[in-house]
Ligand binder design. Structure first.
Ligand SMILES: Cc1cc2nc3c(=O)[nH]c(=O)nc-3n(C[C@H](O)[C@H](O)[C@H](O)COP(=O)(O)O)c2cc1C
Length: 175
């Protein structure tokens, strides 16, 4: 993998946006591996790395996603989806899996953007219906908790970077 300077890492962070329209070009297996390596490089409480990932390319499965989450209506157009899950058996400090899997998800989104791909995080946990519907869709055991569903493809439209810096949200030493 290419090394990147801190400046280009900052550029990637500041210019990442959610991409919901994709071309027909397929994301390669090598690219998916890079994305998952980035996800698994994330920090986690006690370095527990409580994540599991389901890579979904089957169009029949992707076609079922809009019925689970209407805000993921574009899922069938994505080249690949990745269900980010946790397995509580991997946990060291109960409860921190939400932050751990979220950090992995953000790493994956940033890596996708760095590779010139487009991606969007669609919400699963803590919506109970979505959690159980995704668990059924991927035929995972009852203990597995799907946390997020990331859709990835080559971007058709690339939203412009957004400046969301709010100095009034910053407190010095005390609130
Ligand atoms: C926990 C979470 C759940 C989200 N769920 C959805 C979703 O279901 N569908 C969707 O299109 N975008 C979803 N998003 C993406 C947000 O809408 C998006 O990140 C936000 O509007 C900011 O835009 P940006 O990502 O382009 O900077 C979700 C993002 C997060 C962090």
């Amino acid at each position: 993998m290419d090394t990147c300077s801190s400046q280009s890492a900052l550029d990637v962070i500041m210019s990442r946006r959610s991409v919901r329209t994709f071309t027909d070009k397929e994301v390669s297996e090598a690219q998916v591996e890079t994305l998952l390596r980035a996800a698994m490089a994330a920090p986690s409480a006690g370095n527990a790395q409580p994540w599991e990932f389901v890579v979904m390319r089957d169009k029949k499965l992707l076609a079922q996603v809009p019925a689970i989450n209407p805000y993921a209506a574009f899922a069938p157009k994505a080249s690949v989806g990745i269900v980010v899950c946790t397995d509580p058996n991997h946990e060291k400090f109960p409860g921190y899996w939400v932050e751990d899997t979220s950090a992995a998800t953000q790493n994956l989104l940033l890596a996708a953007h760095a590779l010139g791909l487009g991606a969007v995080w669609t919400g699963v946990y803590p919506d109970k219906d979505r959690v159980s519907a995704f668990r059924s869709l991927i035929q995972a055991p009852e203990r597995i908790i799907p946390m997020a569903f990331i859709l990835i493809g080559y971007p058709q439209n690339l939203p412009k970077p957004a400046d969301r810096f709010l100095p009034e949200r910053i407190h010095q030493n005390i609130w």
